[in-house]
Design a protein around this ligand. Structure first.
Ligand code: ADP
Ligand code: MG
Ligand code: MG
Length: 252
């Protein structure tokens, strides 16, 4: 499996330092959850890994299998095996979900080795069925008129279709009703293999009732301040974040 290594990552937005030395290693076969109060830099971490131009890396490194991710363009990051839900366009007029997926799959493959159409359709039908998505959605324009829940399902469909080595999922659970949450979790769980590692960023413990992480990390004030197993998420659900602040002497 692949290894994504984030070391001593410092990130600034408009000259304000948001991430103050984040260390995190995600390996194939592992599910990591990052939790933490609002505004502690969780999405900034995802955006920095994704290569969002607004986020300036001032110190530290991000590597994928030893390759410098920070040197890669956004599309190169995807070709290298990273999946970043947010990098996908929210709406593109005139492009169907099916066309979009096929070109995204082919963009990851060598020229002349495009996925055979029948093979693509077969896997797409199977994944649509698995995620309980209406077949019609694949022929609709990407995200156009999709409900919040449909967009999230579509993201998981992209995940299952692109089969990345490492995925970063930021707030994939926000705004989902319980049925959509179950479907989204089912899709992510189905990806579990030695060739797939995942960083699940969430504000709520709820998602982790359906996806059991191997590691749970708590971020506060731009750093990972505590790591543990699934029991850490349970304790956060029951007790909130105050006890960690007290334990570590963190002031607001
Ligand atoms: P989280 O995802 O943990 O809620 P964020 O990474 O979204 O936290 O935000 C961390 C901090 O960075 C917050 O103080 C937020 O106001 C600030 N921030 C995030 N994105 C931007 C941006 N595009 N421009 C300015 N400040 C930002
Ligand atoms: Mg936020
Ligand atoms: Mg966020």
């Amino acid at each position: 499996g692949s290894v994504l290594e984030v070391k001593n990552l410092h990130v600034s937005i408009e000259d304000k330092e948001i991430l103050k030395g984040v260390d995190l290693t995600i390996k194939g076969g592992e599910f990591h959850a990052v939790m933490g109060p609002n505004g502690t830099g969780k999405s900034t971490l995802a955006s920095a890994i994704m290569g969002h131009p607004k986020y300036e890396i001032t110190e530290g490194s991000i590597t994928l299998d030893g390759e410098d991710v920070l040197e890669m363009e956004v599309d190169e990051r995807a070709r290298a095996g990273l999946f970043l839900a947010m990098q996908y366009p929210s709406e593109i007029s005139g492009v169907t979900t099916s066309d979009f997926l096929r070109s995204a799959i082919n963009a990851k493959r060598e020229e002349g080795d495009e996925i055979p159409l029948m093979k693509f359709i077969k896997k797409l039908d199977k994944d649509l069925d698995y995620l309980d998505i209406d077949q019609n959605m694949a022929t609709r324009y990407l995200n156009e008129g999709f409900s919040g829940g449909e967009k999230k399902r579509n993201e998981i469909l992209q995940l299952m279709q692109l089969e990345p080595n490492i995925a970063i999922l930021d707030e994939i659970d926000s705004g989902l009703d319980i049925d959509a949450l179950k479907v989204v979790s089912k899709g992510i769980n189905q990806m579990r293999s030695d060739n797939f590692g995942c960083l699940i960023i969430t504000h709520y413990q709820r998602l982790l009732n359906y996806i059991t992480p191997d590691f749970v990390h708590v971020m506060m004030q731009g750093r990972v301040v505590k790591s543990g197993g699934p029991e850490l998420a349970k304790r956060l659900e029951a007790e909130g974040y105050e006890w960690i602040k007290e334990e570590l002497g963190i002031e607001d």
